[in-house]
Design a binder for this molecule. Structure first.
Ligand SMILES: Cc1cc2nc3c(=O)[nH]c(=O)nc-3n(C[C@H](O)[C@H](O)[C@H](O)COP(=O)(O)O)c2cc1C
Length: 217
């Protein structure tokens, strides 16, 4: 049996360790600026301009543009219900958006409208098999959380996660058209290798990736 002094010291150590770990977890989350959800180019003009563009300038997106982009992609547009800018069957909301930049890999947290740091490394080159992905400022990786689709067959998991990604991706296309950004959604990805690099769980499935940046002049 440890004496009283040792037990007290152990308890203090554990409290300090817990506090340090809570602090570390909090500091990994960076709040994005509030999204600007008014204005933009008229919808019909965005639809007219929507296109895939694979020629990117190296310029980074500002935190405000990134905030607006992620909100448009799959942010919460009805805070009362927590529902989002893209639909999902049964409101499953299985798609997580991972954000790969030169600063690392981040997870978009819609509720907090924040980015959680997942990896410090620049893994942009691993987010696709095409040359431009290494240097494009932003690669979004769409990942379905299959735990949220637990009730459906494997075939339907693929069907629903693919469909859900499509709605989000089109939001990104339309936002890009409004903002004068270049973007392309990508199926040419090595899902197995990417999942390893991203340290995903076995019940997470990469659907597609999407590159975004300013168009090369
Ligand atoms: C599901 C899906 C996967 C795609 N995969 C790729 C890809 O891996 N690489 C790429 O350069 N473009 C990819 N594209 C973009 C298409 O090539 C593009 O949408 C098509 O050529 C039509 O051009 P548009 O988007 O300008 O209308 C993909 C598009 C979709 C919808």
């Amino acid at each position: 049996m440890p004496d009283k002094k040792t037990a007290f010291a152990t308890a203090i150590f554990m409290i300090l360790a817990l506090a340090a770990s809570i602090h570390a977890q909090e500091s990994e989350i960076v709040k994005l600026p509030d999204p600007q959800i008014t204005g933009g180019r008229p919808l019909m003009e965005c639809l007219k301009a929507r296109q895939s563009n694979r020629n990117f300038a190296p310029d980074k997106l500002s935190p405000q543009v990134l905030s607006n982009l992620l909100w448009a992609a799959f942010g919460i547009n009805r805070p009362d219900s927590g529902k989002r800018t893209a639909p999902s069957a049964v409101n499953w909301q299985d798609i997580d958006i991972y954000v790969s930049t030169s600063d690392g890999l981040f997870l978009y947290l819609a509720k907090e409208h924040a980015l959680k740091n997942i990896l410090e490394e620049d893994i942009r080159g691993a987010t696709g098999t095409q040359e431009f992905v290494k240097s494009v400022p932003l690669n979004l990786v769409y990942v379905s959380d299959y735990r949220k689709l637990a009730r459906v067959s494997d075939e339907d998991k693929r069907l629903y996660s693919g469909a859900h990604t499509g709605f989000i991706s089109q939001n990104v296309y339309l936002f890009s058209a409004s903002e004068g950004l270049a973007t392309v959604v990508r199926g040419l990805v090595d899902r197995e290798a990417m999942a390893k690099t991203m340290k995903l769980r076995p019940d997470q499935r990469i659907t597609f990736a999407q590159s975004v940046g300013y168009p090369k002049k």
